[in-house]
Every structure is written in C-alpha cells, then in structure tokens.
Design a protein around this ligand. Structure first.
Ligand SMILES: Cc1cc2nc3c(=O)[nH]c(=O)nc-3n(C[C@H](O)[C@H](O)[C@H](O)COP(=O)(O)OP(=O)(O)OC[C@H]3O[C@@H](n4cnc5c(N)ncnc54)[C@H](O)[C@@H]3O)c2cc1C
Length: 306
C-alpha cells in the first residue's frame, strides 16, 4: 500500500496496516483492511477521506460496523474508522429544539442522552447500535419511525473536501434507502447531522426507552449479528419469508438463522463471511422459487468475497 498515503494519514490520526475487520464489525467476521485509520473528530474525518481519495485508493467509511458483512479476503484500500462522536447542546431555532451530533455517535446514544436531558423525538432509536453516519446511509429506523422523519440536515464532504449541507429530501431518504446508498449523489462522507427534537419529560422518556428495551430483548437475539439481514418486502415481514422457506434455525458452518428471530443471522463463533453469504443465497433461492419474491439484503457487502 502507498507509503506516501500511509505517512500522510499518520499525520492525521493513528494508522494500522492489515487490520482484521472481524474486530470492528458486529458480525465478527471479515479479513484484513490494507490501511485502517481511526479518526476522532470532524477535521480528521474530512482530511482522511480527502487524503485517501487524492491518492486514488478505495475509501470505505466504517461507522459502528453494525450493517456490513466484510468478505473473508478483507478490504483493499483504506478504511476510515469513524469515532467522531462529538455532540453539542440542544438549542432552539424558533421552530423547536434541535441538536448537532458527529456522524460517529451511535443513534442509540443520541436517543438516550437526549431523553436524559428531557428531549424526545428520537427515543424510538434507543436500540439502533449504528452510527448516525450509517443511519443516514440506510435511513435507519424502528417502530414505524426513521431518521428521515427527524433529520433537519446532514453535513457531507465530497472527495475534494468541499462541505455541503443536505436536507432529508436532498438525501432521498426512504425505507432503508438514501441517495448515498443508491449512488445518486457522488461518493461522500457524512460529517454531522442536525436532528429535530421535542421538549419532553425526562422520566417519561426514560420509561418509554425502558419499554422499547424490553420489547427488543424479548424479540431479538443477542450475540454477533448485523440486525435484520433482509429488507421487508412491501406486503409481508422478511422473517415470514425466511420461515416460509423452512430456514428458521438453519445452519451453515458456524452461521445460523436465529431460532428467535429468523431475519437475523448469528455468528455462532468462528463463522466465515462465506458461511453467511451461503445462508443468504440459500434463502434468496428458496424464497424466489416458492414465492417469486426477490429478497434484498439490508446488510452491505464490503471487500473481497471468494
Ligand atoms: C443488534 C442490531 C440491531 C439493529 N437494529 C436496527 C434497527 O432497529 N433499525 C435499523 O434501521 N437498523 C438496525 N440495525 C442495523 C444498523 O445498526 C443500522 O443499519 C445502522 O444505521 C448502521 O450504522 P453503522 O454505523 O453501523 O454503519 P456501518 O455498518 O459501519 O456502515 C454501513 C454503510 O454505511 C456507510 N457509512 C457509515 N458511516 C458513514 C459516513 N459517516 N459517511 C458515509 N458513509 C458511511 C458505510 O461505508 C457502509 O456502506 C441493527 C443492527 C444490529 C447489530
């Protein structure tokens, strides 16, 4: 890998070579990234992104790694580990309170911090482990709400370091979709997001979060996974299709469709990306044959698969 780039990145933030991605993603699988830089603030994030692009290498931004499946062959190029989790105080702008948060802050942390301070509007996101940058890319949501409902704007940098502020409409946020994911806006890094809040009662908000936590605990498995594997087709939940294909609990290698929630795949320990893609492909094939429905993965595939 380019020594000049490595030297340039080292002046911005700590860099590692051949860093195993399995350490950084919730699935716990994936081969090494050529270069891995951990950034802690907006300036480092912007500079690392611009630097990688200027040197012509593939640049992958990693938020919390909770929606990616990294191939066993790893990632060629640069991975930017986004730990820019700075958050300001909520402020009023005439139409209600809002807050600006760094794109590396987890959506769940934002929801909990705001509730503790007596601000609602995002309490439904208390169980979404991904970063706000990742939440923009997939328009993350839960319980019938999504980031697009509360996003005032997101600040993004392009590969030349030019920063722009885009609204939810500009970002084309829709069910688990965005202009970033579909590529209708060019390659960009999300730097920060501004979110609309509502003033509320901290105790009532914390109680709501406690109920959401209980609901999740009873519905979703713990352990190494990436949340929902497939997007819900229009008329029926994805888990019903996986069940219909007889795959609840089905295991390949060390990966298994969860017995508790069949739209989750669990790494039982030592699973490979190949085990997981084999399960995904098997489900897609069986569901296509039985119902004609094409199941779209919600998880993003990154790096080299065999
Ligand atoms: C236990 C569990 C529960 C979950 N529950 C939910 C849920 O209820 N609702 C839901 O919607 N999702 C859920 N998810 C999935 C996941 O948390 C979300 O999709 C989340 O938004 C992903 O964010 P991330 O930071 O982990 O993204 P990553 O997995 O790190 O990255 C995902 C994609 O976004 C890109 N990206 C990340 N940050 C940036 C940035 N700053 N700029 C540009 N691109 C970026 C990456 O390059 C990658 O292509 C769950 C996952 C788990 C493991």
């Amino acid at each position: 890998m380019n020594d000049e780039l490595t030297a340039e990145l080292s002046r911005i933030a700590p860099v590692k070579r051949d860093e195993p991605m399995s350490r950084h993603v919730t699935f716990g699988v994936g081969g090494p990234a050529d270069l891995f830089v951990s950034v802690k603030n907006e300036e480092q994030l912007r500079e690392a992104f611009v630097s990688g692009k200027r040197h012509g290498v593939a640049v992958h931004i990693l938020g919390s790694g909770s929606n990616v499946l990294v191939g066993d062959g790893g990632i060629r190029g640069l991975v930017i580990d986004n730990q820019h989790a700075e958050i300001g105080e909520p402020w009023e702008n005439g139409v209600g309170p809002r807050v600006r948060a760094g794109s590396g802050l987890s959506f769940a942390t934002l929801a909990r911090r705001m509730a503790n301070g007596g601000y609602g509007g995002v309490e439904w996101a208390c169980g979404i482990p991904g970063s706000l940058g990742g939440a923009v890319v997939s328009n993350a949501g839960a319980y019938g709400r999504s980031l697009g409902d509360v996003l005032i704007s997101a600040r993004l940098t392009n590969p030349d370091g030019e920063v722009s502020e885009l609204s939810a409409a500009d970002l084309e946020l829709d069910y688990r979709r965005s202009a970033l994911a579909s590529g209708t806006i060019g390659e960009s890094a999300v730097l920060s997001v501004d979110v609309r809040l509502q003033k509320g009662d901290a105790e009532a908000l914390k109680e709501t979060i406690r109920r959401f936590d209980e609901q999740r605990k009873s519905a979703q498995p713990t352990g190494q996974n990436c949340g929902s594997v497939f997007k819900n087709p229009p008329d029926k939940a994805a888990w019903e299709f996986v069940d219909g294909a007889g795959l609840r609990g089905h295991r390949i290698g060390n990966a298994q469709f969860s017995e508790q929630h069949s739209n989750f795949i669990l790494n039982l320990g030592g699973a490979t990306a190949k085990d997981i893609t084999s399960l995904i492909e098997l489900a897609q094939e069986r569901i296509r044959e039985r119902t004609g429905v094409e199941m779209t993965p919600e998880v993003a595939f990154v790096g080299e698969f065999e």
